[in-house]
Ligand binder design. Structure first.
Ligand SMILES: Cc1cc2nc3c(=O)[nH]c(=O)nc-3n(C[C@H](O)[C@H](O)[C@H](O)COP(=O)(O)O)c2cc1C
Length: 221
């Protein structure tokens, strides 16, 4: 079982969000997972410029760290997104990576995987960021096991409490993967989204041959 943690604070070793991502991975490792931590702010990503090449070919023409990071997520059974709240959203660095996954979303690339999200904030908005990141997992076709959001404020004890909850979330993630857990509400929503993307990919089969073939190869058409 492989789980990758994507951490998106630019503050390196000072990041409290990174501590939560590491706590999730520690919890997952204690339940038998092989884990990898990735600080995307130490890597280089260009913006998606909507060229549409990925839809047509499955390849992004930009030569940066995206393919390697996406490859790690593709190989993993579980993925953790961690971001500080920056103005009621994830950091631009994480959004930049998410935007590069439009083809992966059309192709349901995380089908069968599990995700969870963590967020720290100065004072508010943590649950909204966790919810957004978990919706991204759903767009990619994954089920989600929950999240940990914490408004840190001036109380250092709040991070310690959140770290305990993050470790528990990691154990939960590993257990969901090991038992192939099915969340009926999420499965119903994923099926609905799959029908939407089946129509989209079919309607664009001439313009997006890679996506049509990817769906056909998986027997989903
Ligand atoms: C550009 C920027 C925007 C922020 N926006 C918010 C915000 O909208 N609400 C909030 O409560 N905290 C906000 N914060 C504070 C961070 O979310 C908070 O300090 C977080 O814990 C930092 O995480 P890190 O230690 O992992 O870098 C912002 C910080 C920065 C630098």
């Amino acid at each position: 079982m492989k789980i990758v943690g994507i951490s998106a604070s630019p503050r390196g070793a000072e990041s409290r969000t990174a501590q939560l991502v590491e706590a999730v991975l520690r919890g997952a490792a204690s339940a038998g997972a092989k884990t990898e931590f990735v600080d995307i702010c130490r890597l280089r990503f260009e913006f998606c410029n909507a060229c549409g090449t990925c839809y047509a070919t499955g390849e992004c023409p930009k030569a940066d760290d995206y393919q390697r990071v996406f490859g790690l997520m593709t190989e993993a059974d579980g993925i953790v997104f961690g971001s500080p709240n920056y103005v009621n959203g994830p950091t631009a660095q994480l959004k930049q990576v998410i935007d590069r996954m439009a083809d992966a979303i059309h192709c349901r690339a995380f089908d069968g995987k599990y995700g969870c999200a963590v967020c720290t904030t100065g004072g508010q908005g943590e649950d909204g960021v966790v919810a957004y990141l978990n919706r991204v997992f759903a767009m990619l076709g994954a089920q989600t096991v929950g999240g940990v959001g914490v408004a840190l404020g001036p109380d250092p004890g709040r991070l310690a409490g959140a770290i305990g909850r993050a470790e528990a979330l990691g154990r939960e993630l590993a257990d969901a993967i090991a038992t192939r857990r099915a969340y009926p509400d999420q499965i119903a929503a994923l099926d609905e989204a799959r029908a939407y993307f089946r129509n989209l990919v079919t309607a664009n089969r001439d313009a997006w041959p890679h996506e049509y073939e990817a769906w056909a190869d998986r027997g989903w058409l």
